[in-house]
Design a protein around this ligand. Structure first.
Ligand code: GUN
Ligand code: FE
Length: 449
């Protein structure tokens, strides 16, 4: 029964819905009806038989129902838990150096250019549009050290309709590019200004995230300041951890008083249940325990981990430790901005681990689907709001059609919805994502096309 008399129904879809629940990695709901209210929230999801009385209660015209075709389904929008918007300009190139050299040679010189707001506007417009088109309804972004360009990224996410956590990057140490770092006081003041100005905009779905680049880029006092800012304002924290072995060794020498890389962030109060740390390839079981205890999450970025030869995260082991885990593209260490690619690379890495050790229990495509949707929402502590189709959650969804003209997928007789899903995950691309919704608003196709 309806008790909220103020909300009205804005959309009703009928057909097949595919999502994850805590119990089932993939749940396929066939011949169902899903209603979205005018606040962008899921109002009901029911078997078809119940629809007539439901629509009567809601006063919704049956003729306005959006009927999905035989080869179509709705799935939750995908959550990219780690992507550098500022590195999108060189995605697909510069993958020939290991992390620390890669940062000084390619990354810092490019990120220094975001002082120029025209350059920032061009790249940030392109990355928001590209990722939205590929089904990323939520992105957790690194920008650069520049406050104004970072605010612009937030504005663009809001304008195009992408849910976003946006981080102004903080770094005061160890940059080989002299113009690309800040003084400790600048770092703190600009982070304060960034948070204040972004919150002042009151974008409903864009939030600031406190962003120390990673331990080697930050002094101990900067890390403490940032821990304090995050805790005082109950904000998210994002950074990198244990991505490659050389970096882990460097952190040992830079922070000799800390027991481990994880201990560095723990000692500076940066590990909370709103923290997400990218990579974690070389975390020990002891460190994973600390993640579990603090409620901190790992963002698994398999394309990047292979592309710049950082390592192979054992996702199964992270999940066995009950640590929250989502997937990330890590553009541009990862060359692809697509979360479909992140799912495929997650499966590849899991299979490579099985080749090395036949005892390793390979991830299934269903589990990887959950990581890209519900898992990502948990990793960002947004699972009360997004991640799957539950009444009361925001409607962030993709309309998928596996049978588009000249598309990448061929179907054969007798293939059911599970095979259709598996083919989309392995073979599909943005041509198959015909509509994208964020908080009930249709954001793809773009209004200008
Ligand atoms: N560690 C610190 N900064 C970065 C970055 O920009 N990309 C990756 N992959 N790792 C990092
Ligand atoms: Fe990264």
């Amino acid at each position: 029964n309806r008790n909220d008399t103020t909300a009205r129904i804005a959309h009703v879809f009928r057909g097949t819905f595919v999502h994850s629940t805590p119990r089932a990695a993939v749940e396929i709901l066939q011949n169902c009806v899903l209603g979205v209210d005018d606040k962008g929230k899921i109002a009901f999801i029911e078997k078809h038989q119940d629809v007539v009385s439901l629509l009567e209660i809601w006063g919704f015209e049956t003729s306005d129902i959006k009927q999905l075709g035989q080869y179509e389904f709705l799935m939750p929008g995908m959550v990219d838990t780690h992507i550098h918007a500022s590195q999108y300009s060189y995605a697909g190139t510069a993958l020939d150096l290991p992390l620390l050299e890669w940062l000084n040679t390619y990354t810092f010189p490019v990120e220094a250019k975001y002082k120029d707001l025209d350059f920032a506007n061009d790249v940030y417009t392109k990355v928001v549009r590209r990722t939205l088109k590929n089904g990323t309804t939520t992105a957790c972004y690194f920008a650069t050290i520049h406050t104004d360009a970072s605010l612009l990224l937030g504005e663009l996410a809001d304008r195009f309709g992408q849910r976003a956590l946006v981080g102004k990057v903080c770094m005061d140490c160890n940059s080989a590019v002299p113009q690309y770092k800040e003084s400790p006081s600048e770092c703190k003041e600009e982070t304060d200004r960034f948070i204040k100005e972004l919150l002042k905009k009151e974008y409903p779905n864009v939030k600031p995230v406190v962003t120390p680049r990673f331990a080697p880029s930050c002094s101990s006092s900067l890390l403490s300041e940032l821990g304090e800012i995050a805790n005082n304002n109950k904000l998210h924290v994002q950074s990198h951890i244990s991505e490659n072995k050389e970096e882990v060794e460097l952190v040992k020498t830079l922070f000799p008083g800390c027991k481990s890389y994880t201990d560095v962030y723990l000692k500076h109060n940066l590990l909370t249940d709103r923290t997400i740390m990218a990579h974690g390839c070389h975390l020990t079981d002891e460190e994973l325990e600390i993640f579990r205890e603090t409620g901190s999450a790992v963002s698994h970025c398999p394309n990047s981990n292979i592309s710049i030869c950082s390592g192979m995260l054992n996702v199964r082991n992270v999940l066995n430790h009950k640590v929250k885990l989502g997937l990330g593209t890590d553009v541009a260490g990862g060359y692809s901005p697509s979360m479909l690619d992140a799912m495929r690379r997650t499966l590849d890495t899991s299979k490579a681990l099985t080749i090395q050790d036949p005892q390793h229990k390979t991830l299934s495509f269903e589990e990887v689907f959950r990581l890209a949707t519900l898992g990502g929402s948990e990793a960002l502590s947004l699972d009360d709001q997004i991640g799957n189709f539950v009444v009361g959650k925001d409607f962030d969804a993709l309309r998928v059609n596996v049978c588009v003209p000249d598309g990448p997928i061929d179907l054969f007789p007798g293939e059911g919805p599970k095979v259709i899903l598996e083919k989309f995950l392995n073979l599909g691309d943005d041509r198959n994502i015909t509509e994208v919704y964020m908080a009930g608003r249709r954001v793809v196709p773009f209004p200008d096309t």
